[in-house]
Design a protein around this ligand. Structure first.
Ligand code: GLU
Length: 420
């Protein structure tokens, strides 16, 4: 079995364990082992030099039991259908744990977006949108940004879909630029959610946030925003990393400066960053660093069987989707490390996507205060429910989150019944 197949198997494994805790029969949840729809597409585009290149793309709808399918689109050179299936299933669970009325989906194109010119990227996005068009729509499946995609790309998706329809449909996609129906607060929503969950976790553990040392793997949209907001809350962000490695400073890094260096030019990496008193470290060095809180905010399967026994952080806040392998999870549990699970921690993005979609279909706009306050209310309520269930049933937070989510999904399935 390849690693990506393993990832989907891991999700099923966690669903199975949560089902046992809930006392469910196999027939209550067996449908979740099979994504409702899987579409694989070939995307031919003309490159700037006149060559024709063909890319592979996917859209998977895992479940629509609780509402339209919802989930991001990833542009990454190593993505495959099994990874997309796992990511789609996590979306179903994520939307259920924060109780927003969506199912789960995910899409991807196997490409390194940094190797394309802007025009090539636009042609790729528009053709991919054309290929998945029969599946998407504001009432059935709503894409959003993920690793390797951004607001501009969402804008092209919205425009392409609207051109096919013959009228403007802002609600077909979330995470769009604000000028065309995007929501204030969406671009930083996932990171804001991570900050809120970190704050609540520390609060429940009776620890102060001020001076807490944090290491963050990944300085993309999620890791970067998280670092900045935690610094604002008084944390000491001592280490951050990207694909090129990481940087460390015991007294705390200058996050604003690092972010402006990384955003200055595409292709700028941390290996090229220098500042007084910083030390360059490896990604492994970051993951095994002696800090209060470790935040993986990059890709799946980073905390592995090999890394887990060497982790020194007391708390792991999973900002990425699926950063901890199943085997590593068991080790962390034995070591009494508190792991706050991805489906709760990173749900802030899809929660504000939900607000964006609601604004689009109602043709009205919320201000930033309304967005951030409602996000906080939803995240804190979901966190409290997960924490309290974990204490009540003496189970890890991941199992508690899965239990709450699965219960909601299975109830919706039962209430709707089976067609025909
Ligand atoms: N890609 C993000 C995630 O993994 C956001 C999805 C969305 O907003 O639909 O949660």
């Amino acid at each position: 079995m390849n690693k990506k197949q393993d990832t989907f198997e891991n999700v099923l494994n966690s669903i199975e364990r949560a089902a046992t805790l809930l006392g469910l029969e196999k027939s209550d949840y067996v449908a979740l082992e099979y994504p409702e729809r899987e579409l694989k597409v070939s995307i031919p585009i003309q490159m700037d030099d006149g060559r024709l290149a063909v890319f592979e793309g996917y859209r998977v709808q895992h479940s629509t039991s609780r509402g339209p399918a919802k989930g991001g689109i990833r542009f990454h050179p190593e993505v495959d259908i099994d990874e997309v299936k796992a990511l789609a299933a996590w979306m179903t669970l994520k939307c259920a744990v924060v109780n927003i009325p969506y199912g789960g989906a995910k899409g991807a194109v196997k490409v390194d977006p940094l190797t394309l010119s802007k025009k090539e990227l636009e042609r790729l996005t528009r053709r991919y949108t054309g290929m998945i068009l029969p599946l998407i729509g504001p009432e059935k499946d709503i894409p959003a940004p993920d690793v390797g995609t951004n607001a501009e790309i969402m804008g092209w998706i919205m425009d392409t879909y609207s051109m096919f329809k013959g009228y403007t449909v802002p609600g077909v996609v979330t995470g769009k630029p604000i000028d065309i129906g995007g929501s204030v607060g969406r671009s930083e929503a996932t990171g804001r959610g991570v900050m809120l969950i970190t704050r609540e976790t520390l609060h429940r553990m009776g620890k102060p946030i001020l001076g807490t040392s944090v290491a963050i793997q990944g300085m993309g949209s999620v890791g970067g925003t998280t670092a900045q907001l935690l610094e604002q809350e008084g944390c000491r962000v001592v280490a951050v990393s990207d694909v090129s490695g990481g940087v460390y400073k015991r007294s705390g890094l200058n996050i604003a400066e690092i972010r402006s260096y990384l955003n200055d030019k595409p292709g700028n990496l941390l290996s090229g960053y220098s500042a007084d008193g910083i030390k360059h470290i490896t990604n492994e060095g970051l993951l095994t660093m002696d800090v209060d809180i470790l935040i993986p905010a990059a890709l799946e399967n980073q905390i592995t069987l090999d890394i887990a026994p060497r982790i020194r952080a007391r708390v792991i806040i999973e900002a990425a989707n699926g950063p901890t392998t199943h085997e590593a999870d068991t080790i962390l549990e034995k070591q009494n490390i508190t792991v706050v699970p991805d489906i709760l921690v990173n749900a802030g993005g899809v929660v504000v996507s939900y607000f964006e979609w609601v604004q689009n279909i109602q043709s009205l706009t919320w201000d930033e205060e309304a967005v951030n306050q409602t996000l906080e209310r939803i995240m804190v309520r979901a966190f409290n429910a997960v924490w309290e269930e974990a204490v009540r049933s003496n189970i890890p937070l991941r199992m508690s989150a899965y239990k709450i989510a699965l219960d909601r999904i299975v109830r919706a399935k039962h209430t709707r019944g089976v067609f025909p």
